[in-house]
Design a protein around this ligand. Structure first.
Ligand SMILES: NC(=O)c1ccc[n+]([C@@H]2O[C@H](COP(=O)([O-])OP(=O)(O)OC[C@H]3O[C@@H](n4cnc5c(N)ncnc54)[C@H](OP(=O)(O)O)[C@@H]3O)[C@@H](O)[C@H]2O)c1
Length: 312
């Protein structure tokens, strides 16, 4: 049985420049860390963003006046209707055991709808042979996109700086990353890359590996947050099992908690100690350094986090 699709669209601006009009751009994951910022930035380009939100969530969109369509990605029967009239699509889903099925459903519906371009948010080193399930399932979704024949671009970011909000607790940041350095990236820069890939840069199947400007250790992270927040913060080394245990304790799916414990051990060995210029080549902007990120979001580090970390 098809579900009812609630749709509220923003009309094209009167006098919009027809040459620059890239049509309606659906943002999947529009209420999350990256997606909210993609929607916000698209409103500044003259494009018509259309946020896909879970039924009942439209009112939580940041941008007033942004069109939205309600659909549950776990109900594929509603996705075709949601994609009606969509020209381009940003595809971001949460890291759950349903992620691959959700992305395959959206990709198949996008192909049926004749969507002109898809930009998929993936993960650093998405590979079939990765020890990390998150990397394997993203790679399978990338492959589904390649096999679909849709024009597309893939963005593979490293660790988000925004993960740090939930990692600093009671003046400590506990990781299994040891001395390992991570080229962490501000999710706002990922959104900038997504907007460029959606609106200006041709979609030729390229994969962009998105990183921050420097690889930093968690000792340095603690020092920067402590200095800028005026609260002492120290990096405490814990085993990967403790990371896994903590994430399970805040409701993470077991496979994901295990992935994160494993990932942090890989970070200790330099897994994300890699800086690329892909963000700059895609957008022309310089990646945000950690100290600017912490300064911009200072208030988030002076109050205790409400949500569990979701480092991926
Ligand atoms: N964090 C990292 O360090 C990192 C690094 C590299 C790659 N990634 C990748 O980035 C992605 C996560 O990005 P993010 O942090 O921006 O995500 P997020 O904040 O968790 O947002 C997820 C979005 O998906 C929506 N959503 C979830 N289930 C849905 C459903 N059944 N139907 C419709 N919408 C649904 C959420 O809506 P609600 O608001 O209604 O829940 C939200 O808008 C993952 O694919 C992850 O692998 C993360």
């Amino acid at each position: 049985m098809a579900i009812t699709v609630e749709r509220r669209e923003k009309p094209a601006a009167a006098g919009a420049d027809a040459e620059n009009d890239v049509g309606t751009i659906m943002v999947v994951g529009a209420t999350g860390t990256v997606g909210r910022e993609v929607v916000r930035r698209l409103t500044g380009t003259g494009a018509r963003p259309l946020a896909l939100v879970r039924p009942g969530r439209g009112e939580q969109l940041v941008e007033e006046g942004v069109g939205h369509v309600a659909a549950d990605l776990d109900r594929p029967d509603g996705i075709d209707a949601a994609l009606d009239g969509v020209d381009r699509l940003f595809l971001l889903t949460r890291q759950t055991g349903r992620q691959l099925a959700q992305e395959e459903a959206v990709i198949a519906a996008a192909a049926r709808a004749g969507v002109g371009r898809v930009v998929k948010l993936s993960v650093f080193r998405a590979e079939e042979t990765s020890p990390l399930q998150i990397a394997r399932q993203h790679r399978r979704a990338e492959r589904a996109l390649q096999d679909s024949g849709l024009q597309h671009t893939v963005l593979r970011p490293v660790f988000f700086m925004q993960n740090l909000f939930a990692m600093v607790r009671d003046g400590t940041i506990a990781t299994a990353a040891g001395e390992g350095r991570v080229a962490m990236i501000d999710a706002r820069d990922i959104a900038a890359a997504a907007v460029a890939a959606l609106t200006t840069v041709p979609a030729r199947g390229r994969v962009y590996t998105l990183t921050g400007p420097d690889a930093v250790s968690f000792d340095q992270v603690a020092e920067v947050i402590g200095r800028q927040s005026g609260r002492a913060v120290r990096h405490v080394r814990v085993p990967g099992e403790a990371v896994c245990e903590r994430l399970r304790g805040v409701g993470a799916e077991p496979w994901f908690a295990a992935d994160m414990g494993l990932l942090q051990g890989m970070l200790a060995d330099g897994y994300e100690d890699v800086v690329t210029s892909d963000l700059n080549s895609l957008t022309g902007i310089a990646a945000t350094p950690l100290d600017r990120f912490v300064s911009d979001f200072g208030a988030r580090f002076t109050s205790d986090p409400a949500a569990p970390g979701r480092p991926g």
